[in-house]
Design a binder for this molecule. Structure first.
Ligand SMILES: NC(=O)c1ccc[n+]([C@@H]2O[C@H](COP(=O)([O-])OP(=O)(O)OC[C@H]3O[C@@H](n4cnc5c(N)ncnc54)[C@H](O)[C@@H]3O)[C@@H](O)[C@H]2O)c1
Ligand SMILES: *[C@@H]1O[C@H](CO)[C@@H](O)[C@H](O)[C@H]1NC(C)=O
Ligand SMILES: *[C@@H]1O[C@H](CO)[C@@H](O)[C@H](O)[C@H]1NC(C)=O
Ligand SMILES: *[C@@H]1O[C@H](CO)[C@@H](O)[C@H](O)[C@H]1NC(C)=O
Length: 413
């Protein structure tokens, strides 16, 4: 199911091809001839690997700036949003380096991208932990990045209240590591994944970029701190910064190549779309809707759902319009709130399954209504949500879920 998790991991900072290297340790002395043969084979294997291994010698395409080619470092590119963003960047002829330590992402997604873009100099995957400043620095030294899209993070509100340090480490501290490496190596464009969770519980809806940020959980606080670090640093440099505050992300690649496949153990923290699909698949016995007495039209919580295809489009537009000495902060949502009841109805239609729904009492920490005012990004980046349609977005995601009941691990027929 998770084929790469428990295998010996390749060394941090090295390109993926090294993962396959496995030396056996035999005690018995082989014959001389066998020894020579062995040495010859090993040499040949090494040459092949070195040739295929971008980023190894410092002479790979990825280490060179090329006119007309924008090389984007995508952190967390094996994850849900990062993989979709990588696909879009590759489609638009960007050069992409994915850095991920697969703690939450899927190597299966990276493999699909590699199959789609096998040409030299398009995509490389580097296994590394962003908490490892040395490894990160080496990656920046060995590669000529023009821009960074920083997706890597842990991203579950509930989990963040249980394990705050995990959040401050993997969000705030790792963002500092990335920023320091960018500073040290002169990479000047940053597109940062932030979240509406940085706003906390604003009194007024819709949320604009001017709405004061008072996050109420470690996830939102860690993201807000990262934003602050980025903003403070960028003020004294000529960096180009775009901070995108996403609302609730749903959907997947309309062509069915990628999907959302969180680790099964994260189900309990999961998001509503995952819960709906689990119920439709029969993995869970039903769907629990928590809270029916909120001051909303139908009593359930209202959220602003945005399709991942629209979201990555916002990233590309942000990248293309990023300018030195400029900071752009944008909400990315549709501006329309949809209730949990509406969501469940759309999910039933999308899956064709009459999901059993249990209505329970409120869960602490949820607020009634959250939706964005996306007029700034519309005005300044000419971005609008074009693919987001609750039922349509869920249908697309459901198609992938049904075809991949085990995520990227095993494909059904
Ligand atoms: N999914 C949403 O609804 C949503 C909403 C708002 C903001 N965001 C933000 O979008 C970004 C991507 O979220 P996602 O939903 O794709 O999550 P995800 O868990 O699918 O992807 C995150 C990726 O980062 C990698 N990662 C985590 N820690 C790492 C580390 N220390 N070193 C290297 N790699 C590491 C994981 O392996 C994973 O592949 C996050 O920054 C998240 O906060 C997501
Ligand atoms: C990813 O990085 C974390 C440190 O932030 C580490 O604890 C974890 O073991 C790594 N995951 C994998 C799969 O190597
Ligand atoms: C995040 O940081 C903690 C250290 O606080 C580490 O143990 C963990 O493995 C890291 N990575 C993830 C994905 O949680
Ligand atoms: C804005 O986007 C629309 C639709 O995506 C496009 O047709 C139009 O040409 C764009 N306008 C500008 C000024 O780029």
């Amino acid at each position: 199911m998770l084929p790469n998790r428990n295998r010996t991991q390749p060394r941090a900072g090295r390109s993926w091809p090294f993962s396959g290297m496995d030396y056996s340790d035999t005690r018995r002395k082989p014959h001389v001839l066998a020894k020579i043969l062995m040495a010859a084979i090993l040499t040949a294997v090494c040459i092949v690997i070195l040739k295929q291994s971008p980023g190894f010698s410092g002479k790979s395409v990825f280490s060179r700036r090329e006119p007309g080619v924008t090389h984007v470092l995508v952190t967390g590119g094996a994850g849900y949003i990062g993989s979709h963003a990588s696909l879009r960047l590759l489609k638009d002829s960007y050069r992409v380096t994915i850095v991920d330590n697969l703690s939450r992402g899927n190597i299966g997604a990276v493999k699909i991208l590699q199959e789609l873009f096998p040409e030299q100099g398009r995509l490389q995957f580097i296994y590394a932990d962003l908490g490892d400043a040395k490894a990160v620095n080496r990656i920046f030294k060995e590669n000529a990045f023009d821009a960074v899209m920083h997706f890597a993070a842990v991203a579950y509100v509930g989990e963040s209240t249980l394990e705050p340090l995990r959040y401050y480490h993997n969000i705030t501290s790792n963002t500092l590591v990335v920023l320091e490496a960018m500073a040290a190596h002169g990479v000047k464009t940053l597109i940062y994944s932030s979240t509406c969770a940085t706003y906390g519980e604003p009194e007024k809806m819709p949320i604009t970029e001017q709405t004061p940020q008072f996050p109420i959980n470690p996830y939102g606080k860690a993201k807000k701190m990262s934003e602050d670090i980025i903003l403070d640093y960028s003020k004294n440099t000529d960096m180009a910064v775009m901070i995108l505050r996403y609302f609730n992300v749903i959907g997947s690649d309309p062509e069915g190549r990628l999907g959302e496949a969180p680790r099964p153990e994260l189900r309990e923290h999961g998001r509503i779309s995952g819960a709906c699909f689990d119920a439709a698949l029969g993995v869970m016995s039903g769907l629990k809707v928590k809270g029916t007495d909120y001051p909303t039209a139908d009593g359930t919580c209202v959220r602003d759902y945005i399709d991942v295809t629209d979201l990555v489009d916002a990233h590309v537009k942000a990248l293309n319009q990023a300018q030195p000495n400029k900071i752009g902060i944008y909400n990315v949502g549709t501006g329309k709130g949809r209730s949990v009841k509406e969501f469940v109805e759309a999910c039933k239609k999308a899956t064709g399954v009459n999901i059993k729904v249990d209505y329970l009492s409120r869960r602490p920490g949820d607020y009634a209504e959250v939706y964005s005012d996306p007029s700034k990004i519309n005005r300044e980046l000419n971005w609008t949500a074009q693919f987001t349609d609750l039922q349509q977005s869920l249908s697309v995601a459901w198609r992938w879920q049904k075809a991949h009941p085990n995520g990227y691990g095993l494909r059904s027929s």
